[in-house]
Design a protein around this ligand. Structure first.
Ligand code: AMP
Length: 441
């Protein structure tokens, strides 16, 4: 389906064209029409499916074609992380470039001047606000935010927000909104608590289910079964044996990010770290350098695993096995974005085997286990079920017999160039952040 068939405004079609989008992705094809018709939406869609444009396009179209107040906030988009807030506002600036729809990203970690810029926009009116919950609460507490005329509410990555403990903040923000509004809820997963949230917030929603919580087919998934101390040398080996130009390595803990990044720096690799201890300025700089290809390798906590759209990532490495299958899918979804291909390699220590088995069960298939090169010494066998049973008390530790090697394909797969790197400038931009340290808010 092309965008013209959806009846979108001409100025919006120009923006879509400038972004290089030719046909609507499946989520766009299913979601845009009901939003244009005024329906509430509950959509489960993975990141990388084009869901940002799926909600932005019809909202911008409606702002262009229907009356709305110039002195109030018209659309409120709430997201879990600063990075996602910035990214959505950038997509908004691109798609809305030929329109006069204004947008501001409101997120924590900035200095007094960014707070002042946000305050001005929130109190005098801006068409669209993309915010993280904590920062919006800080503004709401001051009493000047013009929420009375909000017509569109979007909760993006809603499952993530609930996981991060934002339920009460969300409900507080929503209590400031008019009852009569259109609400759109996007979530990668649909656990029971999401259904309950939907029941509270949505009115006879159209239900759209794009994701079956499976990673895109084109990702080549592989794993190394190792002892914990083998991980860092093996990662160095993987990185030095291929000519990757863009790699993300995920670790569950900040300490691991710091340690691994410093080891890789010592090995003279082009690498930086990103986690919530970093100054906001530094976080943005690192992401910028990674986007601009000044930097080849990013070592990150799960901050980056959802929603962040950086194109042409060839390789995602899971330094450790993520805690649940959804996190795994989000992490490896950083590669193979929008129909390109990519590789994801997970390092599984002995203690993580059971967790990985659960992920494989969710995937509905076993991930190829690569043989650990002999010079790294013997590696453990992949025996998650035996480990599970030994924990139950039969006392038999699993054996460390050498594993059968089950190689996958070539990890060095390349991604075709895609998308529009030259994003138009923002029209209403928060002042740059300075060096304040905060958590995710
Ligand atoms: P998202 O799932 O919103 O993070 O989008 C993932 C990527 O797909 C982003 O780089 C978008 O710019 C891109 N994208 C979104 N819609 C389309 C489309 N219709 N055609 C091509 N690329 C798209």
């Amino acid at each position: 389906m092309n965008f013209r068939e959806l009846g979108l405004a001409e100025k919006l079609l120009e923006g879509i064209d400038a972004m290089g989008y030719e046909t609507a992705t499946p989520v766009q094809a299913q979601v845009i029409q009901p939003i244009l018709e005024g329906r509430d939406i509950i959509a489960s869609a993975q990141t990388g499916t084009g869901k940002t444009a799926a909600f932005l396009l019809p909202i911008i179209h409606k702002m262009l074609t229907q009356p709305h107040s110039a002195h109030h906030i018209n659309a409120l988009i709430i997201v879990p992380t600063r990075e996602l807030a910035i990214q959505i506002s950038e997509t908004m600036e691109g798609l809305g470039y030929f329109t006069d729809v204004s947008c501001i990203a409101v997120y924590g970690g900035g200095d007094g001047s960014s707070f002042t810029t946000e305050k001005k926009a929130l109190s005098t009116g801006v068409d669209m606000v993309v915010c993280t919950p904590g920062r919006m609460i800080a503004h709401l507490n001051m009493g000047y935010v013009k929420m009375q005329e909000v017509q569109y509410l979007v909760l993006d990555e809603a499952d993530r927000m609930l996981d991060m403990g934002f339920h009460d903040d969300l409900m507080k923000i929503i209590s400031f909104l008019p009852k009569k509004r259109q609400s759109l809820l996007f979530s990668a997963t649909m656990p029971q608590k999401m259904r309950e949230l939907a029941r509270k917030l949505l009115n006879n929603p159209a239900e759209i289910n794009i994701a079956v919580s499976k990673p895109p087919e084109q990702i080549l998934q592989q794993a190394y079964v190792v002892y914990e101390p083998q991980k860092i040398p093996l990662i160095k080996y993987v990185l030095s044996n291929q000519t990757y130009t863009r790699v993300i390595i995920f670790c569950s803990k900040k300490q691991n990010v710091k340690q691994l990044a410093s080891e890789l720096k010592r090995a003279k690799l082009s690498v930086e770290e990103i986690h919530s201890d970093l100054l906001q300025d530094k976080r943005e700089q690192v992401l910028q350098d990674f986007r601009n290809r000044k930097l080849k390798i990013l070592v990150a906590t799960d901050i980056l695993s959802r929603g962040i759209d950086i194109e042409e990532i060839e390789l995602v490495i899971n330094y450790d096995v993520p805690n649940d299958g959804e996190d795994y899918i989000h992490r490896i979804g950083r590669t193979a974005r929008a129909a390109t291909s990519g590789t994801a390699i997970t390092f599984i220590s002995e203690a993580e085997q059971k967790k990985f088995l659960q992920i494989e069960e969710l995937l509905g298939k076993a991930v190829d286990k690569l043989p650990v090169p002999e010079n790294f010494g013997p590696a453990p066998a992949y025996t998650p079920k035996a480990r599970f049973e030994s924990k139950r008390g039969n006392g038999n530790r699993p054996t460390n017999k050498p594993r059968q090697s089950q190689t996958g394909g070539n990890p060095n797969r390349n991604n075709p160039n895609r998308g529009n790197q030259n994003r138009p400038i923002q029209k209403y931009k928060a002042a740059p952040n300075n060096n304040k340290k905060t958590g995710e808010d």
